[in-house]
Design a protein around this ligand. Sequence first.
Ligand code: NAD
Length: 318
Amino acid sequence: MRKIVSLANNTVEPSYESMAFSKVPDTVFESVVAKTEEEVIAATHDAEVILFTATKLNRNVISHLEKCRLMVRYGIGYDTVDLEAAREKGIYVCNSPRYGVIDVAEHALSLIFAAAKNLVAMNDNIRNDIWHSNGYQNVRLMGKTVGFLGFGNIGRAVCERTNACGMKGVVYDPYVNDDIILKYGAKKATFDEVLESADVITCHLPLNDSTYHILGKEQFEKMKPSAILVNTSRGGVINEAELIDALEKGEISGVGLDVFEDECGGMDKRLLKVKNAVLTPHVAWNTPDAMDTLHTEVADNVVKYLNGERPDSIVNGM
Ligand SMILES: NC(=O)c1ccc[n+]([C@@H]2O[C@H](COP(=O)([O-])OP(=O)(O)OC[C@H]3O[C@@H](n4cnc5c(N)ncnc54)[C@H](O)[C@@H]3O)[C@@H](O)[C@H]2O)c1
């Protein structure tokens, strides 16, 4: 029997997966709640395929895998897996690059608007019976420059939307060639050029060694005092303590954050007191449309592999 184990949490109901895998002979599909490393090892040691969302698949867990050939993440980011350890063991690691691109792009745009138009503060004003702007002024986005850090699928989808708002795009992404950036009507720029010229900066980077804390004190000092920073990628790309300092000192004017350095309850609570910080709990992807696509994207890729084909969206150079 070829075992497929899902370590996904309760938000991922695997009924499509059950139906899809039942059509492949000699397979068994188990959905397991495994919280500790020991539980993860117990659940996966004899699995050929592992499906996961936030589970850490580190070198130790991978060293215990006896039969695994494929790991598929329910999602785009794959920073919780030791890619090299998996590669050394001949395990494909795949992500699901398409399911939530539109949803995250729309959410990033919402955060840009929410911060530019002071939506949270004005909403609070009304609820406190304050019928004026209380010193706040909104930002007109048309004609302003939006800087993209990372210009992959989501960055490009945001750019289509900011173009429609009449904003000018500048892009820092050394791995994307100029033609693509031009096709989106944007301009290639250095990291510092984006920091210094953008009125809005939106992050669409993977979290890895090259992007960890790519934005910190030094970078905030280079940004315009009127700049708005939006992050829907991974919390670790921003030094959060230094971001709060910059906001408190007025080095930048606002933030929209969907992702945080610690999403398990250890967030720096100073952020909650910062004026014009619009915060959402890592929900940019969360629409029924994205969820439906996520199930089919993951399951169809696993079926492809089980039928002897090379899986799609391999991210560990296998
Ligand atoms: N908040 C959410 O709900 C949510 C949902 C899905 C994805 N995400 C996150 O969004 C991010 C972007 O997703 P995507 O689909 O656009 O990914 P993608 O792989 O299509 O694009 C990432 C881009 O970043 C660029 N890049 C990599 N390292 C860089 C560096 N050091 N400097 C500049 N650019 C660099 C790459 O060249 C690539 O173009 C990921 O971190 C993903 O985890 C968040």
